[in-house]
Design a protein around this ligand. Sequence first.
Ligand code: MLT
Ligand code: MN
Length: 312
Amino acid sequence: MAAGRGAGPRLLVRVLGAAAGGGFPQWNDGSPASRRARAGDPAALPASQASIALSTDGESWVLVNASPDLRQQIEANPPLQPRLPGRSSPIRAVLLTNGDVDAVAGLLSLREGTAFDLLAHPRVLRTLDANPIFEVLSRALVRRLPLAVDEPNEITRPLVVVPFAVPGKLPLYLEDGRSEDLDTGALDGDALGLEIQCSGARLVYLANCAALPSWLVERIAGADLLFMDGTLWRDNELIAQGLGRKTGRRMGHISMSGPEGAVARLAETAIGRRVFIHINNSNPALLADSPERRELAASGWEVAQDGMEIRL
Ligand code: MLT
Ligand code: MN
């Protein structure tokens, strides 16, 4: 069973963005789904690129990833907006789960001289250090701090984060001509899962995850809330739709469906609420009236939406 919360402040979770890289609709996508989103179809709600915000008091916030849509996400979520005259922000820290464009590009929108802490795996910090454009974040104000893997990191009392390496891969822009069968089982910290603990409640954030081996299923078991990589419905979806040449697994993403997919792999696992996030615009489960969405609901899964709020 899920551990459930004990005494103490509750964890507040806001979904800032539910979509995978590119968002929904994506700028260069003219598919029927994207056209429905552009036409204002209520079953095809637009979604910005994946990120969540966490708070224990509703006053100060920690972001998980800084999506390219961060500026609009702040404007869409009043708790993230300044409450004082002049320059300030309730955003105290940004945690990065990986170095992909859709996880880091929003950092560039956080320039202009307000302090916060930036926490990431040393591999991701090295990537940022190697890219001078990120120096727009003044190091005097924005501390770059390594996340300790497999250890409790106290971000803001009483919020504790235990990051752990998951099957995944390095960012696309670092692949550097490496072979098509690039190993996505590597556990060197290019993709981190986060276990977030607050007053006895446990949230697991796994938005970039290539597979669910047994040890990882066990790691998730008992979570009060799981945000799971929902990039694709099917592993060959991009190929079948003529959108790309890579399988989901090659991109570092498990699929929702299929015998090795997230729904099947977690079917017997005790989880309070299970929510897919980082959903690609090619995934039919994005559409509220699709058979795939009905199948998810019948299996106990929710699909994240921008603005969704959950209190643990
Ligand atoms: C991914 O989730 O695989 C990446 O966001 C892809 C990309 O960087 O375009
Ligand atoms: Mn992504």
